[in-house]
Ligand binder design. Structure first.
Ligand code: SF4
Length: 354
């Protein structure tokens, strides 16, 4: 029997995994639509208000945890993994320890991944269609109503670590996921066991103590949320803890022992742009709004806008050692048109002038 037989779903599943590999995905897993305790955990998390201003996480109700409610007829979810560490000789820990340098989360150094992964998922669906004819499919990449982590974990990509990120024993955790919802009754893959054991490195290293208990993250304290999702003023008590992290934070992943197995990506899109893997805070702070928009075209960073960009860098400059250059740079923005920027610049200047 070959995969042209629409009933030979085992062979088709094998072919799908091979095609996904040829399309640049490092691994593919298939799971059903029952997400176990994910719904209960999500509800409890939302009830505590840990989602902060991410209201969209509550907006879709049980559709988030019930893929069949989101896309009726869905029987299986094909979950694909794409590794994103750029193929460069780079020491993120060194950048973190250089207070005049800007630290940008490794996932955001290159081009935004959404379009890339979506287009590959569409190609994968087309390939399946070429093989078996018409079938239903819908591609998702980091989409609000899809619980990509429980789906990925259930599809065998790894376990959800104590930092609430999927970890794989052979590949670490520096990867993106995408999903293809389908009506095909493909055989499913097994979930993997949790291998965190007694380790708690991610909990202990978190600069803002955002991992309030194993497997529980208070997003309102998470530097990723504060610097790339929150559009408002960043709580004053957290600012000194943010250090030089101007967009996202990788600390919990950098210390995870499983990331010694993380491999580099060959995707040109993930190569750093604008020297963001090792840029100086002062240089980035000098970008005009137009420069920011031009230089960050095609980057996930562009979405936060120039004001939040300046807000984040102002905090990092406030945390850097005092120098005339930093004070001059901050003063150049003290009359900025945005109250958000002015307030953070004033805070940063106060750190240097007292
Ligand atoms: S750092 Fe340790 S506790 Fe955290 S996810 Fe990795 S293995 Fe699990």
């Amino acid at each position: 029997m070959n995969s042209k037989d629409p009933h030979d779903y085992a062979a088709l599943a094998q072919n799908i995994k091979q095609w996904a590999k040829e399309l640049g995905f490092q691994a593919t897993g298939i799971t059903h639509t029952h997400l176990g305790s994910a719904e209960q955990q999500l509800t409890a998390w939302l009830d505590q208000g840990y989602n902060g201003t991410m209201e969209y996480m509550a907006e879709h109700g049980t559709m988030r945890s019930r893929p069949q409610a989101l896309i009726p007829g869905t029987q299986r979810i094909i979950s694909v993994r794409m590794d994103y560490l750029a193929d460069i000789d780079d020491d993120p820990l060194k950048t973190l320890k250089s207070p005049n340098s800007a630290y940008v989360s490794r996932y955001a150094l290159g081009r935004d991944y959404h379009k890339l992964i979506r287009s590959r998922l569409v190609k994968l669906a087309n390939k399946i269609r070429d093989e078996i004819g018409v079938f239903d499919s819908r591609a998702f990449v980091d989409t609000a109503p899809v619980m990509e982590k429980p789906i990925a974990s259930q599809a065998g990509h790894g376990w959800i670590g104590k930092h609430c990120i999927v970890v794989n024993r052979e590949a670490g955790s520096f990867f993106f996921f995408g999903e293809l919802f389908t009506n095909l009754p493909l055989p499913i893959d097994n979930a993997t066991d949790d291998h965190c054991g007694s380790c708690r490195r991610c909990i202990d290293v978190c600069p803002t103590q955002a991992i309030i208990a194993p497997y529980r993250l208070d997003a309102r304290r998470c530097i990723s949320y504060l610097t790339n999702t929150l559009q408002e003023s960043i709580p004053i008590e957290l600012r000194p803890l943010i250090g030089n992290r101007i967009f996202g934070c990788d600390d919990c992943q950098l210390v995870c022992p499983w990331n010694q197995y993380a491999t580099k990506s060959g995707e040109p899109d993930f190569m750093p742009r604008q020297g963001l893997n090792d840029a100086q805070l002062i240089d980035l702070f000098a970008w005009t709004e137009q420069e920011f928009l031009d230089r960050m075209a095609g980057s996930a960073i562009r979405r936060i806008g120039h004001n939040c960009w300046l807000r984040n860098i102002a905090i990092a400059l406030g945390n850097a050692p005092t120098s005339n250059e930093i004070i001059t740079a901050l003063k150049s923005r003290v009359d900025h048109k945005s109250e958000l920027v002015r307030e953070h610049v004033t805070w940063a200047l106060t750190r240097h002038l007292i």
